[in-house]
Design a protein around this ligand. Sequence first.
Ligand code: GLC
Length: 716
Amino acid sequence: MSRIETLIASMTLAEKLGQMTMTAASFTVTGPVIAGDSTASIRSGEIGNLLNMVGPGPVHEIQRLAVEQSRLKIPLLIGLDIIHGHRSLFPVPLAEAGIFDPLLWEATAREAASEGAADGLALTFAPMLDVSRDPRWGRTVEGSGEDSFLAVEMAAAKVRGFQGPTLAAADALAACAKHFVAYAPVLAGREYASVDISERTLHEVHLPPFEAAVRAGVATVMPAFTDLAGIPMTAHTALLRDWLRGRTGFEGVIISDYNAIRELLNHGVAADLPQAAALALHAGVDVDMMADAYRHGLPIALERGLVSMDQIDMAVRRVLRLKEQLGLFDDPYGRCHRHETEATIARRRALARKVGAQSLVLLKNDHNVLPFRTPLKSLAVIGPLADAAVEMRGPWPAAGVAENHVSVLAGMRAALPDAKVAHAAGVSIEEDDTSGIPAAVALVDQADSILLCLGEAAVMSGEAASRAHLGLPGAQAALATAVLTRAHFLGKPCAVLLFSGRPLAVPELVDQSEALIAAWFPGCEAGSAIADVVLGKVSPSGRTVICWPRSVGQIPIFYGERRTGRPANPSDKFTSKYLDSPNEPLFAFGHGLTYGAFRYSNLRLTPQAIDVRGTLQVQVDLTNEGARTACETVLVFTHDVVATVSPPLLRLAGFGRLELPPGKTGTVSIAVPAQRLQFLGTDLSPVFESGVAEILVGPRANRADLLVGTVLMQGG
Ligand code: GLC
């Protein structure tokens, strides 16, 4: 009999339920103790999994209680939200997605896993695969934006990165595809609110990234807090058991979100804890995070006949199998004692700096304000995000501390050792006090160039951070007007750095600024990466993976909407538009400038006719007509001219990148498997329909910026 079956055969019910329970350890990184002291329960085998602890010492100590002092010596599984880095944070996912580089996406996850595992962790609650088209929702920052295809690519890259070649390796983390499924379209963008979307949108947009994660071998999945059309995901048997396990063949562990099983009572689908526990177990949830519903609810549910011991054994089996795959039985302390050298850390931070620079999105650069002309004798770094290392971490900092994060001010001072770099916050991030603005404006007169650092605090995005208004917080707009007006009057180059976990509806700031960079939250090397870009060492190449609304009134707004029967026509009142706003966003999906100037030409599509088994070769020539070497990201969209189901205006189907020096021409070749030209038919199954498909190639999801070709799809 296998080790796992031998263990299950000898476990008491309490020990089984312990393996199905995850609670916060005493050594929490999230401030005060959440769940009290769990040491006695670990010794007794009544807790088998922990979250939110960090550090080889504490992990070794608490692991010893399970491995050496409990009856069955089953090692603990310990997890943490390592979303975009552990101690050395990389840019937040919404920023990193915009580099359109799956190899780098994988590389940063690999580094994060290595650093987290060296801290004793074996599980991360990432990647977050929610496709968000509503920037009011704070968790937009944690995902890869509005496009499902990009989320599919990101899912596979991150699972490969976190898990590495084998889960048993001491630098591997089990990944967790979350939040299953369709959490992002919460009602009115309000966190944790109800979700009700069409079956088609569920299958076209929200499920594919999870299927990709399963195909990539993801070890765990976490259901969302939310209900979907009235069925809470934590109890969604049809999607968890029948689709995730049945249809995609997922055999890993399903871990509830934080207290979510108990919250089935709030959802109103369970009258008491035993019923809630039974619903979750029946749906396929193996581990109860922080609700203590399994330990206290399942014994009664068993007595009531709501669940069977076989169901419990199946959940325990999956948890033990994961621990075995992670090598925790054979080497429970292996992850605690893998020391990382200074050279490793330095290499990792160099990668963070590189990815940080690539993730910056140059939204606007009139008169080539950027890069600043060097040598720079004096620079003013103004705004509440200028000397704000703590904010550069983003809302999920894991074990990243402000002390090892480089602020804008620090980065600019390091890059300009001989220049006078002055600083004034002017205003705070959120208060309305404008008394500091005159002193900030005074710096404009004394400096050659100005960097104005504005935006959100890290905690204004992420979980429990929905915003009903998407403008600059506090008195920042007043500071921006004062500084930009003064800089313009004096004819001094001024660039705005906008830090946020979401697109902001800032049309006034866009109009006032000549140069504007979306910096998101760039991570531990934020200031260094920003210095590299604003001083011209690196050309910006980042793209926004979510469009920027002009106002909250446009939300939800995304490039892939359907055509409608009355597409917008400015000269026809009775067409799809507003009386008081353009339809177009401030910035389209994919927008992002470089220090080059790329002309697209000579689009070639081969073959001209294609069936579902084929691959379409998309080739386009780029000429850099700018004065600086730069890297261009080329996007390939498709659009069905006629189809059984009304086609979206555009669908992303591929992307590629090419760096070119000034004056040079090169060819970008992008292979698009014909399957990406499929869509879901009226019965929601994939169809490859005969007909003409447009192939549109260019820098952003705006038809006017795209070269268009066509291919003939030969359906079967
Ligand atoms: C949180 C989040 C989830 C996270 C978990 C553990 O509430 O919803 O994304 O992984 O709890 O921190």
